[in-house]
Ligand binder design. Structure first.
Ligand code: F6P
Length: 325
C-alpha cells in the first residue's frame, strides 16, 4: 500500500537514545510501507524546510551514538502562530502526513498546540534526561544520564574521602528531582536536595541535623540545578558561612550528563517506543505520546503528558535518609 511520508524530528535538549529512537521509527515506518523524512534542527527545520528522505541505511550504526543525527533546537518561531503556519505549509508541500516528535515537555507542548490548530497527526516520544513527562515511568535518555552521574559521583567520593570534605554536586533536571534523588540513592550519597521536597523545613538544616559527619569523614549531597539560584553553590556558601568548621567544595556536572553512548535500557526503551510510534499511526492514533508504564507501552494524550509536576515517589526520600546514616 502506498502511504505518505512520516516526518521525524528531535527537539529541545538532546538525550542519549534519540538516535536509537530515530533508527526505530525509520525502520518500522519503512517496514510498513511509509516513506520517511528526517527533519533537521527540530521545529526550526520544519519551518525552514530542512529535511531529507531517510533510508534504512541512513540509520545504520547510530543505535550506540549519543546526541542526535538530526540535530536539535528550541524553536522560538514555532511558539508563534506565524511559525506554526509556515510549518504546516511545509508539511503540505513535502507530503508529510504524520509527524513523530522526539523531545521533552516543551517539544510536546508545541506538538499539542500545532495539532489543535491544524489537522495534523503528531505522535510524541519522550526524549529527555529530566524524566519529567507524565504518564510514562521513564523517558529516553534518563537512564544513561543517571548512570553518568553515578560514575562521576563515585570518582568525587574518592577525593571527598581523602580530604574529608563535603561535596555539593549539582545535577540537571530543570525543576524535577528524579536525577538527583535516584543518583543519590545509587551512589550512596548522604543527601539529595530536590525541588519536590521544598517544604517549610529547610533540606540543608535537615541534613545537618541528621548528624552528618558524626560517624563519617566525608559527605556528598546531590542538588538539583535551580532556576532561582538555589543550586549547589547556594548550599555550599551557606555551609561555609554557617558551619565554617567544614571543608566544602562544589562540582557542577553540567552538559556532560547529556552526552555519551546510551545505556542498554535506553536503547531498548527507544526501540520499543519508536516501533510503537508506527503501530500508533497504523491504529489511527493522533496526538498522543507513546510512554511506558509497568513495562507496558501506553498511549498518553499530550495534555496529560505535559502536565506540570510529575510526582516523585516520596518513599525514595525515606530510602535515602535511612540508608545514609
Ligand atoms: O531539559 C534537558 C536539560 O538538560 C535540563 O536538564 C537543563 O536544565 C537544560 O536542558 C539545559 O539546557 P541547555 O542545553 O539549553 O543549556
Amino acid at each position: 500500500m502506498e502511504r505518505g511520508f512520516v516526518g521525524i524530528l528531535t527537539s529541545g535538549g538532546d538525550a542519549s537514545g534519540m538516535n536509537a529512537t530515530i533508527r526505530a521509527v525509520t525502520r518500522s515506518a519503512i517496514c510498513h510501507g511509509f516513506k520517511v523524512k528526517g527533519i533537521f534542527r527540530g521545529y526550526e527545520g520544519l519551518i525552514n524546510d530542512e529535511m531529507k528522505e531517510m533510508s534504512t541505511e541512513d540509520v545504520s550504526n547510530i543505535i550506540q551514538r549519543g546526541g542526535t543525527i538530526l540535530k536539535t533546537a528550541r524553536s522560538k518561531e514555532f511558539e508563534t502562530s506565524e511559525g506554526r503556519k509556515k510549518a504546516y505549509e511545509v508539511m503540505q508541500k513535502e507530503n508529510i502526513s504524520a509527524l513523530v516528535v522526539i523531545g521533552g515537555d516543551g517539544s510536546l507542548r508545541g506538538a499539542r498546540t500545532f495539532a489543535e490548530e491544524y489537522d495534523v497527526t503528531c505522535i510524541g516520544l519522550p526524549g529527555t534526561i529530566d524524566n519529567d513527562l507524565c504518564g510514562t515511568d521513564v523517558t529516553i535518555g534518563y537512564d544513561t544520564a543517571l548512570n553518568t552521574i553515578v560514575e562521576c559521583v563515585d570518582k568525587i567520593r574518592d577525593t571527598a574521602t581523602s580530604h574529608e570534605r563535603i561535596f555539593f554536586v549539582e545535577v540537571m533536571g530543570r525543576d524535577a528531582g528524579f536525577l538527583a534523588q535516584n543518583s543519590a540513592i545509587a551512589s550512596g550519597a548522604e543527601a539529595a536536595i530536590i525541588p519536590e521536597d521544598q517544604t517549610d523545613s529547610d533540606q540543608l538544616e535537615e541534613f545537618i541535623s541528621r548528624g552528618f559527619r558524626k560517624t563519617k569523614n566525608s559527605s556528598i549531597v546531590i542538588v538539583t540545578e535551580s532556576p532561582n539560584g538555589k543550586g549547589a553553590t547556594y548550599y555550599a556558601e551557606r555551609v561555609m558561612r554557617e558551619y565554617p568548621q567544614y571543608d566544602v567544595r562544589v562540582t557542577i556536572l553540567g552538559h556532560l550528563q547529556r552526552g555519551g553512548s546510551p545505556s542498554a535500557n535506553d536503547r531498548i526503551l527507544a526501540s520499543r517506543l519508536g516501533y510503537t510510534a508506527i503501530q500508533a499511526l497504523l491504529e489511527g492514533q493522533r496526538n498522543v505520546m507513546v510512554g511506558i508504564r509497568n513495562d507496558e507501552v501506553v498511549y498518553v494524550p499530550f495534555t496529560e503528558a505535559i502536565k506540570k509536576n510529575k510526582p516523585i515517589d516520596k518513599s525514595l526520600i525515606a530510602v535515602l535518609n535511612e540508608l545514609s546514616i
